[in-house]
Design a binder for this molecule. Structure first.
Ligand code: OAD
Ligand code: ZN
Length: 254
């Protein structure tokens, strides 16, 4: 094992830049790491834990049933953290990449941004076609009547919040053990299968089915780019590994 020297990274970045330009279609899968430089805590790795809870313990329907207040305290804390942040150079670079790939207006299929993030920073950076596999932390939904709305109040006040119908309101996100939104998943799968280049940014690659899109893309013959400061299980699928922070690396690919 050794670290890539600076020139190796630069060479790989140049190759990826060319490949992105040549590709008929590009799909990008992002995870919490792309928002790290904005100040949004990741789930795993350094600084990833909230009061010593792992996400697998709190982001579940069972946890919400057992202790809705505790789960909401976590989401309320995260909403507060996210509220103070803004998109970084990595989010902006992906929005720019989409503009370039879809420039003639006829090629909306030429780009898809698939994200596991619920923080809304891709929206705020101006990305258009965002497939949110894990929902959106700014959406809330009644567990009983299903009423869903956007709610950007920080902090939320009395926890857990309740619907007009009297039932509990939950975050509009996907929890472990729950299915992904079908339309987003189908589009993400198709985008991965039809991409010439599939880029993976800032994800630990351990949460499925999202992480499996890399294999879908690879089997379909796409070039795979992994951008992450740390090694991940997805590196073994990579055509190019770009080791570093996405806020520094992604702008260099344009
Ligand atoms: P993780 O917290 O598991 O992983 C974050 C990744 O970002 C790690 O691989 C870090 O090395 C990397 N990283 C850190 N800083 C970075 C930087 N500046 N630039 C690029 N990468 C950086 O987050 P996810 O993979 O997104 O799901 O986690 C997947 C899912 O598990 C989440 O959507 C969430 C979580 O539990 C649910 O809550 C259902
Ligand atoms: Zn209700």
């Amino acid at each position: 094992m050794r670290k890539a020297g600076r020139s190796e990274v630069t060479d790989a970045a140049a190759a990826v830049r060319q490949a992105l330009e040549d590709a008929e279609s590009v799909a990008v899968l992002t995870g919490a790491g792309i928002s790290a430089e904005s100040g949004v805590p990741t789930f795993r790795g350094q600084g990833g834990l909230w009061r010593n809870f792992r996400p697998e313990e709190l982001a579940t329907p069972e946890a919400f049933e057992r202790d809705p207040r505790l789960v909401w305290e976590w989401y309320d804390w995260r909403r507060g953290r996210i509220h103070k942040t803004k998109p970084n150079a990595g989010h902006h670079a992906l929005a720019e990449l989409e503009r370039r790939k879809t420039r003639d207006g006829l090629k909306s299929e030429a780009f898809a941004l698939i994200t596991q993030n619920v923080d809304g920073l891709h929206d705020r950076a101006g990305s258009q076609r965002i497939l949110k596999l894990h929902g959106d932390i700014w959406l809330v939904r009644c567990v009983n009547c299903g009423a869903e709305e956007r709610n950007e109040q920080v902090p939320l006040g009395e926890l857990p919040p309740r619907c007009r119908c009297g039932s509990l309101i939950r975050p509009g996100v996907v929890w472990f053990g729950e299915p992904l939104p079908a339309a987003e998943w189908e589009q993400a799968f198709a985008a991965a299968a039809h991409s010439g280049i599939f880029m993976v940014v800032g994800t630990s690659g351990v949460v499925y089915p999202a992480a499996g899109l890399v294999e879908v893309a690879r089997h379909a013959g796409a070039g795979i780019v992994v951008t992450n400061p740390e090694a991940t299980p997805l590196d073994s699928h990579a055509t190019w590994v770009l080791r570093g922070a996405s806020g520094e690396i992604l702008p260099r690919l344009l």
